[in-house]
Design a protein around this ligand. Structure first.
Ligand code: DQA
Length: 154
């Protein structure tokens, strides 16, 4: 698949601190470790990735809009913006590219304020609770969705 569009992997606030941030909840893998694991798995599936992190909500909106033309699917761990951001919800609705909401932890099993997901109300599906492996499961899902979109009969 030489012209296959990449999977966008977008990470929100505080995920730059992975490895040292509450490791009992989020594990010991750094975001760089996760990026490498995603790139390796996507490569095995014939895809590239675009991997980014920002603490700024609007930047995540810009990258979702970029993925509208340039990406085949989006893996989005929006961090705390998952629970608050109408702007991310609306961007997901606007782009028409499948978005997989992804979390290291399982927000449904945590504090009540994490039980609402505005991202999830617009996303294609959710993968949560498997630590860094959530990202690899999301890469699998993204590659499947992209393949189905590119050649629906396959
Ligand atoms: C998180 C879960 C969110 O509730 C939290 O705000 C994060 C990380 C996760 O990956 O488990 O920043 O998205």
């Amino acid at each position: 698949m030489p012209d296959a569009k990449p999977i966008y992997v977008l990470n929100g606030p505080n995920l730059n601190l992975l490895g040292t941030r509450e490791p009992d909840i989020y594990g010991h893998a750094t975001l760089a470790d996760i990026e490498k694991a995603c790139a390796d798995r996507a490569g095995q599936l014939g895809r590239g990735i675009v991997f980014r992190q920002s603490n700024v909500e609007g930047e995540l909106v810009d990258w979702l809009q970029e993925a509208r033309d340039k990406g085949c699917a989006v893996i989005l761990n929006a961090g705390a913006y998952t629970h608050t951001s109408v702007a991310l919800h609306d961007a997901i609705k606007a782009i028409g590219v499948p978005v997989i909401e992804t979390h290291l932890s399982n927000p449904a099993a945590r504090e009540e304020f994490r039980h609402v997901s505005l991202v999830g109300k617009a996303a294609k599906g959710v993968i949560a609770g498997f630590g860094a492996a959530s990202y690899l499961l999301a890469v699998e899902a993204a590659a499947l969705l992209a393949r189905d979109q590119e050649s629906p009969a396959a």
